[in-house]
Design a binder for this molecule. Structure first.
Ligand code: PMP
Length: 327
């Protein structure tokens, strides 16, 4: 019987579930005061669940606006309460992460929301804003498990699994237990974090196969040496591409150097035609998925945990040859 056929209530699957949570706890060093929840609906459903569960005392939250995904989070949260953008990099097309001098913080808000890595724009928070005792919520969808984070700096972390954790269909939420239990009776049971916290994420059938695959990915990461080792590898991968971009006269990155993402590296030439040729010839030699997001154009290399160093080296080799031919 495969994991897809097993009852999620069976002992076999209970073990898989518990081991998966335990491995994530070990890898991210998650304190025991935090619950690990497995939810469906993607990170996009968290754009709603976060305000539904956390906007309870003051009906007011701060969001730091750093790109297309924070935009979605903000639009959704506005359906549930007052949302103030305390910092934004929209003025420079999200090519940097705004500094967050949080001295102006009051205690009259429920939480502060950041997107730790901006998948489309290729930026990341190089340090986590210190907001004192207020809960910090982090959308970590595109860089969870790629570098070491201190979970205790966050009240809640969420991430769609499909980049660094496992197959699509699973969303991981790590939430401090103090943030649970203030949910409106009028909202759906399935969108209450408490429902997941009290049932070990098995109030209904969880995405069993995605959870099993996640367990295997987490085992792979443990065997590799953990998140710290993965971070070193990711830094090396990213620096191979950034070093080349810095010396290239054909390709450019628009992102401010200090805020560069380790996971998503957008780059471009000055010519739409050259970009087109670059992508076409890349496909022909087996370098796929290099097209930039439709909102930004150009190219984007995503160097998620599963991308080996050789993949980045192959890309840079190809870019060098392309530059010699077309410069
Ligand atoms: N936030 C970020 C930072 C993302 O990169 C993505 C997906 N690329 C999302 C949210 C949305 O995730 P999902 O497709 O799981 O809803």
């Amino acid at each position: 019987m495969s994991v897809m056929e097993m009852s999620h209530r069976s002992d076999y699957f209970q073990d898989i579930m518990n081991e998966t949570i335990e491995k994530l706890r070990q890898l991210m060093n998650i304190p025991s005061s935090y619950k690990v929840l497995f939810i469906q609906g993607g990170a996009s459903l968290q754009f709603s669940m976060v305000p539904m569960n956390l906007l309870n005392n003051h009906q007011h939250a701060y969001y730091i606006h750093t790109g297309s995904w924070s935009e979605r989070a903000i639009q959704e949260a506005r359906k549930f309460g007052k949302i103030t953008l305390i910092a934004s990099s929209e003025d420079q097309h999200f090519t940097y992460v705004p500094s967050t001098e949080l001295t102006s913080f009051t205690a009259d808000i429920d939480y502060v929301h950041i997107t730790t890595n901006n998948t489309i724009e290729g930026t990341r928070f190089r340090s986590i804003p210190d907001i004192g005792s207020l809960p910090l919520v982090g959308d970590m969808s595109s860089n969870i498990l790629s570098e070491v984070y201190d979970v205790s700096k966050f009240g809640l972390i969420y991430a769609g699994a499909q980049k660094n954790i496992g197959p699509a269909g699973l969303t991981v939420v790590i939430v401090h237990e103090d943030l649970l239990g203030n949910y409106s009776n009028h909202y759906p049971t399935m969108l209450n974090y408490q429902t997941y916290a009290t049932s070990n994420s098995m109030y209904n059938t969880p995405p069993t196969f995605s959870i099993y695959m996640t367990k295997l990915v987490l085992e792979w990461l443990q065997e590799l040496g953990g998140v710290g080792v993965m971070e070193q590898i990711n830094r090396e991968k990213a620096s191979i591409l950034y070093n080349y971009l810095d010396e290239s006269t054909l390709f450019k990155s628009k992102v401010v150097v200090s805020d560069r993402s380790l996971m998503n590296i957008p780059f471009t030439t000055d010519s739409a035609e050259l970009n087109h040729n670059f992508l076409k010839e890349a496909e022909a030699i087996g370098l796929h998925s290099l097209e930039g997001h439709r909102s930004t154009g150009g190219m984007r290399a995503s160097l998620y945990n599963a991308m080996p160093i050789d993949g980045v080296k192959a890309l840079v080799e190809y870019m060098k040859k392309f530059e010699v031919t077309y410069r």
